[in-house]
Design a protein around this ligand. Structure first.
Ligand code: PRX
Length: 651
């Protein structure tokens, strides 16, 4: 792997924090100074300030057996108490924790006192079902308050949850249950998605038939979809019959800071998903710290909304643990952005007066495609901060987000991190940092990153390289469940004591970091390295383009060639007589913006892009198409018919 990544797209816009925002900001530049002066002391201070410890820690970091870190190891705490009981004890029991909004329009407000009560009941039921410390519990639920309750009930009794996204199939669920040897599954009859009930319990039944481990003894079922389900006698129990009837008295126990909190499966370079393991004290410290400082949280007045599903790491750290540890009031929404109408999200922002919105570039670009008139039908003036996560946000989407959703003057923070990092690692701090559309900017205080060449040399200046994290951080993964060797090999073998993130990055002359996409998505065209993200960004900057995906397809002459798939903006489609003219125009545009070497060999105009249910574009399938192969496995697509339609358009 060589790592010289070309870039040519120059983004020169800068946005200073407004004096009004800066005056009230939670973060200040002294955080950087404090962390630079004494990194471990800084994290120890954060852990003490942000969390309630039942037994104070004396050791901050134990890195005597790398890459297995221990943070705050001799301290003890209860994660659920930190997210719930202590806020109630502080007199905040009546504060709304969750404004829950069901897709069909039903809604429910849950206060901190109510959530604490429900978690205590659920903790009692889990214990009655024989779940103890270290036991694994699979959670397969829609976005309903019970998902949060189930996770925190596990945390409260020291059990380890493994949340499996509700869009995963029975096979995926079975393999995750088997890998973790889960003894309990918490699910629902079904949930709402795109105006229909999608069944979950029947998928659990199928998964348990397929499961080879035979470890599951009980299934708890929340009633939500009212679809028909069968309960197996002795194994399956309704949530309302058990949790609903249980006592709300529960004495929490304190656990060591390194007590396992959860496993979350994520895909790696091989076919088998990795069970990323996170523990308690360090994870919660960094989740709470970043949630407070990156989102400028003022818990007494903000209404925060992170649109991620709890099935992903963003939902773990920025729906459940970070916000609740900070006593935030937040929106939890069950459904899709466009049901029953394309303005659904904006209606929710208006209804609850959302002040902080955290979402993904793919969602932003879908909204761009629909046009600004839809958000403009709603009052979005409550918004005062916007966040982005999951992939590089191209400058055009950043600007659109800031202007059309944010009204033109509020901060947009682009946050880089991973399932493995547990919490945000690279981001601007609002009120402190001058913002630069398209760049994730700088490591947060207390985190050290670098950009290295393939052979471990520091890459300075304009060249691109590989992103590494040079020092252990509190919320780092503690391993891959059941596979310490794979943990070492995947992340630590390449650079010894530095964590290899798998992303390409470059640093600009101000020291700001630009993410260039996964290194596996880097193309080599005639010996030149090009980033898919950069070409996509260029395509999306053209007025014709709503969304674009670029792949490197093998090419006899140039090694690889750039092939682009582009969705045109609805407003443009009627003006374009011949898609071939649009393709040619876009090819020229990229050549002009980045250089002739980046000119796509082909630009296919399509109506859809293949996306997983979490919104990630499956470039692998587009590469198959671009290379004239049979299209591979499409089962993880949100809509499996999409590839057939694209294939027809391309041919
Ligand atoms: O390639 C990076 C991209 O998403 C990867 C991590 O994916 P996942 O573990 O699913 O976690 C996503 C949510 C934290 C990274 O290796 N990524 C994430 N955030 C950004 C990003 N790429 C560029 N900019 C970001 N802000």
């Amino acid at each position: 792997m060589t790592v010289q990544i070309d870039h040519a797209l120059e983004e020169i816009r800068r946005f200073r924090p407004s004096p009004e925002f800066a005056a009230q900001a939670v973060a200040d530049k002294h955080l950087y100074e404090a962390a630079a002066a004494d990194r471990l002391g800084f994290w120890a201070d954060q852990a003490r300030e942000l969390l309630q410890w039942e037994k104070p820690f004396t050791s901050t970091l134990d890195w005597s057996n790398p890459p297995f870190a221990k943070w705050f190891d001799d301290g003890e705490l209860n994660v659920a108490v930190n997210c719930l009981d202590r806020h109630v004890a502080a007199g905040l029991g009546d504060r709304v924790a969750l404004h829950w909004e069901g897709e069909p329009g039903d809604s429910r407000d849950v206060t901190y006192a109510e959530l604490t009560d429900e978690v205590k009941r659920a903790a009692n039921v889990l214990t009655e079902l024989g779940i103890g410390e270290h036991d694994r519990v699979a959670i397969y639920l829609p976005m309903i308050p019970e998902a949060v309750v189930a996770m925190l009930a596990c945390a409260r009794i020291g059990a380890v949850h493994s949340v499996v996204f509700g869009g995963f199939s029975a096979d995926s669920l079975a393999s995750r249950i088997d890998d973790a040897e889960a003894s309990l599954v918490i699910t629902a009859d079904g949930g709402y998605r795109k105006g229909k009930v999608f069944p979950l319990k029947p998928v659990v039944d199928e998964a348990l038939q397929k499961s080879e481990g035979d470890t599951v003894r009980n299934v708890l079922v929340v009633r939500r979809g009212e679809n028909d389900v069968e309960l197996v006698d002795g194994r399956d129990h309704w949530w309302h019959d058990t949790v609903g009837q249980a006592s709300n008295e529960h004495e929490p126990k304190a656990f060591g800071a390194e007590h396992p909190l959860f496993i979350l499966y994520t895909s790696g370079t091989t076919g088998k998903p990795k069970g990323i393991l996170h523990t308690s004290g360090g994870y919660l410290t960094q989740a709470a710290f970043t949630h407070r400082n990156v989102f400028d949280l003022h818990p007494e007045r903000d209404v925060y909304w992170c649109t991620a599903d709890v099935g992903w790491i963003t939902g773990h750290s920025y729906v459940v643990y970070g916000p609740l540890a900070n006593g935030a009031t937040q929106v939890l929404y069950e459904g899709t952005p466009d049901t029953p109408h394309p303005g659904r999200w904006w209606e929710i922002v208006e209804k609850y007066g959302v002040t902080i919105l955290y979402t993904a570039p793919t969602a932003i670009r879908s909204f761009m495609k629909l046009g600004r008139q839809i958000p403009h039908e709603f009052n979005l003036r409550s918004l005062r901060l916007l966040g982005s996560v999951g992939e590089p946000i191209n400058p055009e989407a950043w600007i659109w987000y800031r202007h059309v959703i944010g009204g033109g003057s509020i901060p947009v923070v682009d946050t880089w991190w991973q399932t493995e990092t547990g919490a945000i690692m690279i981001s601007a701090l609002p009120g402190v940092t001058d913002l630069k559309p398209g760049s994730a900017q700088v490591a947060i205080p207390g985190v050290s990153v670098d950009i290295l060449s393939d052979d471990g040399e520091r890459v300075d200046g304009e060249g691109g390289g590989l992103l590494v994290i040079t020092e252990p951080w509190p919320s780092m993964l503690r391993g891959i469940w059941g596979d310490p060797e794979r943990f070492k090999e995947t992340y630590w073998e390449k650079f010894g004591d530095k964590y290899f993130a798998g992303d390409g990055a470059r640093r600009d002359e101000d020291g700001d970091i630009w993410l260039l996409g996964r290194v596996d998505d880097v193309m080599n065209v005639s010996g030149h390295r090009l980033s898919t993200a950069e070409i996509e960004s260029s395509l999306v900057a053209h007025p014709y383009t709503a969304e674009a995906a670029v792949v490197g397809a093998s090419d006899e002459t140039t090694g690889q060639a750039v092939v682009a798939f582009v969705i045109l903006k609805a407003s443009q489609v009627s003006h374009i007589d011949d898609p071939a003219i649009a393709s040619e125009e876009l090819r020229k545009h990229v050549a002009m913006q980045i250089g002739a070497i980046a000119r796509p060999r082909q630009v296919f105009i399509v109506n859809e892009l293949p996306k997983t249910r979490s919104g990630k574009i499956m470039r692998r399938l587009l590469r198959d198409l671009a290379e004239g192969r049979q299209v591979g496995d499409t089962t993880t697509l949100a809509d499996t018919s999409v590839m057939t339609a694209i294939t027809r358009q391309v041919q």
